[in-house]
Design a protein around this ligand. Structure first.
Ligand SMILES: CC(C)(COP(=O)(O)OP(=O)(O)OC[C@H]1O[C@@H](n2cnc3c(N)ncnc32)[C@H](O)[C@@H]1OP(=O)(O)O)[C@@H](O)C(=O)NCCC(=O)NCCS
Length: 155
């Protein structure tokens, strides 16, 4: 990471699409898994642009898309999704800043609690969130697919 470029966080723009998809394909192996067509980054972006697009953020380092994060607030709880930092730029505090940005945006909306899910195999990601003050809730996470994806296994 050079010291001349600066990092900023702003709302996602349509022109960021290719860079964001490339970043997600590197950061989230499931986006490269042809047996899991439900993990479609273009559909994820389109869906988010249709629902609270103001809570979809990118970190920009110089001219590069360095990271992403999505937030959501349903009036009861806030959720955080799609946090990813370019592999070559990790451990420089960008993930921390993205999480803080969503926390601020949700707090400003009156959101009292932010939830997120981490794959149980990702011990490093859990360590990241614990470093930011997140703790495991005494719950299990249940899910069910709806609509066209209803027959697709959840896991
Ligand atoms: C998780 C992720 C976003 C972290 O981004 P980052 O910019 O590297 O995180 P930060 O630099 O802000 O890290 C802050 C602190 O979290 C902890 N941390 C971060 N990455 C860690 C790792 N791989 N192992 C252990 N602790 C880690 C450290 O305490 C770190 O502080 P330090 O670097 O001073 O030791 C990044 O690793 C990533 O994109 N991973 C792949 C995508 C992913 O799994 N996303 C989460 C989906 S739930």
């Amino acid at each position: 990471m050079t010291t001349t470029a600066t990092l900023s966080i702003r709302r996602f723009e349509a022109s960021d699409t290719d860079a964001v998809v490339a970043l997600w394909q590197e950061a989230f192996p499931e986006y490269r898994d042809v047996t899991r067509p439900q993990r479609n980054p273009h559909l994820s972006i389109a869906n988010k642009l249709a629902t609270q697009p103001e809570l979809f953020f990118v970190a920009v380092f110089g001219e590069r898309i360095a990271g992403t994060v999505m937030g959501g607030y349903d009036g009861h709880r806030g959720w955080l999704y799609s946090l990813a930092v370019d592999e070559s730029l990790r451990r420089h505090g960008i993930g921390t800043r993205l999480v803080a940005h969503v926390e601020t945006a949700l707090t400003e909306r009156g959101c009292p609690k932010l939830n997120l899910q981490v794959l149980s195999a990702k011990a490093d990601v859990r360590a990241f969130y614990e470093a930011l003050g997140y703790r495991a809730d005494a719950v299990i996470s249940l899910g069910k697919r709806l609509g066209e994806l209803a027959e697709t296994p959840v896991a």
